[in-house]
Design a binder for this molecule. Structure first.
Ligand code: COA
Ligand code: NAP
Length: 271
């Protein structure tokens, strides 16, 4: 990744930033000079992520919390604020859960678990963050998914949760505008080498089908999402708020729903 952006002297907190896309985003900001903090549920993942970010030269910190529990999230923000000793310039909120299941295969607890992580978790993170965000100037980014606006088989929980996440984004763009805080969503397409992709397209054949369904002919990389997060957080984007930005090679404009229908029948045969 080339050093295209400059986030030196900036403070970036990535919730759910200990693996996959979100860790890739944290790593991007680390390379661009930011002081970076990450949080997730598992101590070992937090420790490994912090060590990785430090290996990139960043001043990095990690804290453990479950976004489902408001009091844990609030305590986590207090710790991150003490580490930064400054307001948060960039907040990325991307903790999420997913598994493929048809509605008829899903218990109430199954849909509740995803709604609680993705939607209620986003609410907790947004609410806890407000007092710590730079006013004016902070950039807040929620990590959404194409399921937010495209119905997909085996994804009723994620579709409903991420649609809610995007409405939280759009509502806060209104409510926090007066504070000079911008709130946007990034909608990643299929991103290679991630847990999310492995869950929805577990075999090489399924991954190749996904690749072919993307108009630009490739899966995305975590660096594609990091670059989009940096672009949205750069001062040149100071008038962008309330945007729901697909970063998906055109996938959500065509290809996404038809390949998901194919994957669904393959997932049914595998289960
Ligand atoms: N099909 C149907 N139901 C499923 C399921 C599947 N493949 N996987 C889990 N569930 C159900 C469980 O049976 C349980 O319901 P029950 O109590 O009625 O039996 C419910 O979902 C919660 O599962 P549990 O394992 O107790 O939840 P958890 O809170 O420990 O974990 C998950 C949450 C299920 C979302 C878990 O996959 C997770 O932690 N994911 C994070 C990583 C991830 O998903 N990454 C991709 C992001 S896109
Ligand atoms: P991932 O590696 O599983 O990342 C999820 C992160 O969230 C991990 O750091 C995980 O760490 C954390 N997390 C999960 N539940 C949590 C909870 N209850 N509280 C706090 N942290 C929690 O998955 P990914 O595939 O990279 O997905 C990252 C984001 O991108 C998600 O928002 C996902 O919906 C979105 N997305 C992914 C794709 C894709 O192709 N992969 C496409 C579109 C959108 P712990 O396990 O330690 O908690």
């Amino acid at each position: 990744m080339s050093a295209t952006f400059d986030f030196s002297n900036k403070h970036v907190f990535v919730v759910g930033g200990t693996s996959g896309i979100n860790l890739g985003v944290a790593a991007g900001f680390a390379r661009w000079g930011a002081k970076v903090a990450v949080a997730s549920r598992k101590q070992e993942k937090v420790d490994a992520a912090v060590a990785y970010l430090q290996s990139l030269g960043a001043d990095a910190f990690g804290t453990v919390f479950d976004v489902r529990h408001a009091e844990e999230v609030e305590a986590g923000f207090a710790k991150v604020s003490a580490f930064f000793d400054a307001e948060i310039d960039v907040l990325i909120s991307g903790a999420a859960g997913n598994f493929p299941a048809r509605v008829n295969q899903m218990s109430a607890n199954a849909i509740r678990s995803v709604l609680e992580i993705d939607l209620l978790g986003t609410f907790h993170v947004m609410k806890a963050s407000h007092g710590y965000l730079k006013k004016p100037g902070a950039s807040v980014i929620n990590i959404s998914a194409p399921q937010a606006f495209l119905p997909m088989s085996h994804q009723a929980h994620v579709c409903s949760a991420k649609a809610g996440v995007d409405m939280v984004t759009r509502t806060l763009a209104i409510e926090w505008g007066k504070d000079g805080i911008r709130v946007n969503s990034i909608v990643p397409g299929p991103i290679e080498g991630t847990e999310g992709m492995d869950r929805l397209a577990p075999t090489a054949e399924m991954k190749e089908g996904v690749r072919r369904s993307v108009p630009l002919g490739r899966q995305g990389t975590v660096d594609d999402i990091a670059n989009a997060a940096a672009m949205l957080s750069a001062p040149q984007s100071s008038y962008i708020s309330g945007a729901i930005l697909p970063v998906d090679g055109g996938w959500s404009q065509g290809g996404a729903t038809s390949i998901m229908a194919n994957l669904s029948s393959m997932l049914d045969k595998m289960s």
